[in-house]
Design a protein around this ligand. Sequence first.
Ligand code: 13P
Length: 263
Amino acid sequence: MARPSRRRLVSGNWKMYHDHVQAIRTVQDLGLRLAGLDLGAVDVSVHPPFTDLRSVQTVIEDRGVPVALGAQHCHNQDEGAFTGEVSPPMLARLGVRYVIVGHSERRTLFGQTDEEVAAILRAVVRHGMTPIVCVGETETERDQGVTHARLESQTKAALGGLPAQQVAGLVVAYEPIWAIGTGRTAEPGDAQVACGHIRQVVAGLADDEAAQSLRIQYGGSVRPDNTAELMTQPDVDGLLVGGASLEAASFAAIVREAGANPR
Ligand code: 13P
């Protein structure tokens, strides 16, 4: 079967960095740096903290910055007495296109369960946004050789029961926990094996067509100098970038590499 052309997606997860003033500067700078690039084959998103979203949205719109607005998390209910939370319709109203769901930091530091991840994912889809669902093994799981089992259980818990048509439009991010913020990037070949396995699991949950359409990102210590090799892997459709997305220069360099290295 001919490989479908999945558009690449490079996303910057800013985590709890950059207040709204720093965010405005960063996105303005990013706009200047991306202006000269050929983005014909790559989508880009930035995921600032909630307090920055409105400011970043304004810069993107006013300056025509070629990036989509993203969020890092949301609740699964549309409204309610959930102090401190933000709802999917609030994000949709701001023009948010992508929402990171089930990041390992939310799972481990804030106790987010597989069930919550599945509920948030569905709420995000219901409001017309695209979830970026994170899965990934710990270092211990990797050492124990249970990486594939872990990826399978997280993927099944998040996507199980969704119509194939919806699955086709989703994004999954493979983020090995031991590679996040450590400088230890996964070997490109290992990232490929993991992403290929996730795609196989998705095919079993939905169908082949949906699995071939769904985009899979790699995340974990992505930098400009390791982007090209990661992006040549057939099942790696993009990157979820943490630290290196905070500076416009390094994030733009990653976007450039991702767009310039066809499989
Ligand atoms: P780093 O790129 O800083 O390792 O973070 C990866 C990540 O968690 C992105 O969601």
